[in-house]
Design a protein around this ligand. Structure first.
Ligand SMILES: *Cc1c(COP(=O)(O)O)cnc(C)c1O
Length: 498
């Protein structure tokens, strides 16, 4: 234990091996591929036994150590303590709420920005700065983020005033909720920069990816003793901490005496495929997950992919009430394609086809493996609102618009299959981040103003408003620039004074 060295490779190049510090500091591989561990470590029965008697923070240290083998025990401790000791509004950063006998809601929004991204983005700055010290010894790290709303804020909170870092965030100026926009526009900190762009999330993401892999830009940064890293889920340092809460939920269920001998199902409201990929890795490590249920909104490119083996982004893009899932290019699917095929040449072929024609089709072998692991389905906005209303009426439990997509798809899964084994549904945001839409599900009166809607939601449901959202109304707006989607590189250069 603790002596097996974990090495990483790129999904598009199997020739080279990298350390975890390198892949975290680097973010994305030079040729555009994503870093993946060469083997997924498998936990023994003793490991699970030990994990079950631990608190969340110790479970995190135990699991992360298996992936970050070039970090010392002290470094791992420093990272998990900094991230999870006293930063969440709950002792356990990822508590399981029992909706009924079968279904547990894994609440991942008790962190400082009220979305599940905090579980990873509270720890990422510790990972990145620790890794960078090992790799280059003191370059300034520039974090570039493309966000569909929640990553941006969570990354800003994680990296604000972290010495020797700068963070630049791009979000679709018309594609996020009013609360999300306000959260980012009012961000405090001396090293933070926020831009709205005229375009959607995919424009932001491909713009950022282009800058990351532009060798002339990388050279210019190096000359100025700077280096890029990524806080998006393309960074392995974002994914590893997400594995922890699925294993933790399994332990919590075992501890509460649940019979999990037939395994359990996991439902994840999915956008970029990061969160559900973490659940897959937990499964590959030995957690007895039966089915990974991939829930999408009307941007249902993943539903179609799971059901047909054809990934086709050439379709209408919808702006929905679950904006953090409004994505047509799910970056982390690339890692899944690697885990399923084990073949970097094949992944490169598929990804080249995606960037060329916007489309690829996997072979039958890969398709059947995928369908064994995953069930995919989707909910329209109307179904999402109905699900919020029903879940509230039936259980007195209030879901946000993203979690509701997962609950709705889980219900479809049960209808389709009759599979009633225990299930965990990932709850990815506080309902107060999307107050107006959530309120519309439980009340006829929805005020125009976001803050009135927050108050009304509190009054109607008697749930408590998370402190960071309650405090938002007194915050000053610091960032209001909106730029063209072709201007990202200029904005980066200007911001960094290059
Ligand atoms: C980011 C996000 C998602 C999608 O997660 P992925 O890891 O991108 O699949 C779902 N819900 C909320 C609230 C989010 O912020």
């Amino acid at each position: 234990m603790g002596c097996v060295k974990m090495e990483y490779l790129s999904t598009r190049n199997g020739d080279l091996r990298f350390s975890s510090a390198y892949v975290i500091a680097q973010g994305i591989s030079e040729e555009g591929g994503l870093f993946v561990p060469e083997n997924i470590p498998v936990l023994s029965a003793e490991d699970f036994g030990a994990l079950c008697s631990m608190k969340y923070i110790d479970r995190a240290a135990f699991i992360l150590k298996r992936f970050l083998t070039d970090f010392s025990d002290e470094e791992i401790r420093y990272c998990v303590n900094g991230a999870y000791a006293g930063t969440f509004d709950n002792d356990d950063p990822a508590p399981l709420f029992n909706l009924n006998e079968n279904v547990g809601i894994l609440e991942l929004w008790h962190g400082p920005t009220c979305a599940f991204k905090d579980l990873a983005l509270q720890i990422l700055p510790y990972f990145v700065t620790t890794a960078e010290k090992k790799i280059s010894g003191g370059k300034k790290i520039v974090i570039l983020v493309a966000t569909s709303g929640d990553t941006g804020k969570a990354a800003l909170e994680g990296f604000k005033d972290v010495p020797n870092t700068d963070i630049i965030v791009f979000y679709p100026s018309e594609g996020v909720s009013a609360t999300q926009k306000l959260q980012m526009a009012s961000q405090e900190g001396s090293n933070v920069h926020v831009f709205g762009i005229k375009g959607n999330f995919d424009d932001a993401q491909s713009g950022v990816k282009k800058i990351f892999t532009d060798t002339s830009v990388i050279k210019k940064l190096a000359e100025n003793k700077m280096a890029f890293s990524s806080a998006n889920s393309i960074n392995w340092g974002r994914l590893a901490p997400q594995i922890v809460y699925y294993i933790s939920a399994y332990c919590d269920m075992l501890n509460s005496g649940k019979d999990l001998s037939g395994g359990f199902n996991v439902t994840v409201p999915t956008g970029n495929f990061g969160n559900i990929l973490a659940a897959y890795i937990a499964m590959a490590m030995g957690t007895p997950i039966n089915k990974l249920i991939c829930a999408s909104n009307s941007n249902n490119v993943l539903t179609d992919f799971i059901n047909t083996g054809i990934y086709d982004k050439n379709r209408s893009f919808y702006t929905t009430i679950s904006p953090s899932m409004d994505i047509l290019i799910s970056s982390n699917l690339e890692r899944m394609l690697y885990f399923l095929s084990g073949d970097t040449n094949y992944v490169k072929l598929l990804e080249d086809s995606l960037s060329g024609s916007g489309k690829f089709e996997v072979n039958d072998c890969l398709k059947s493996k995928m369908q064994e692991l995953f069930y995919g389905n989707c909910c329209t906005d109307e179904e999402t609102i109905d699900t919020i209303a029903e879940t509230y009426k039936k259980y007195g439990y209030l879901c946000d618009t993203h979690t509701a997509v997962a609950v709705g798809v889980y219900n479809k899964y049960v209808n389709d299959t009759g599979d009633l084994r225990p299930a965990v549904i990932a709850s990815t945001a506080s309902p107060y981040k999307f107050s107006k839409n959530v309120l519309s599900a439980v009340s006829k009166d929805v005020p125009e103003d976001e803050f009135y809607a927050i108050d009304a939601l509190h009054n109607v449901t008697n749930t408590s408003v998370p402190t960071p959202i309650a405090q938002l109304r007194n915050k000053k707006i610091r960032f209001s620039s909106v730029i063209d989607k072709t201007e990202l590189k200029n904005a980066v250069f200007k911001t960094l004074g290059l």
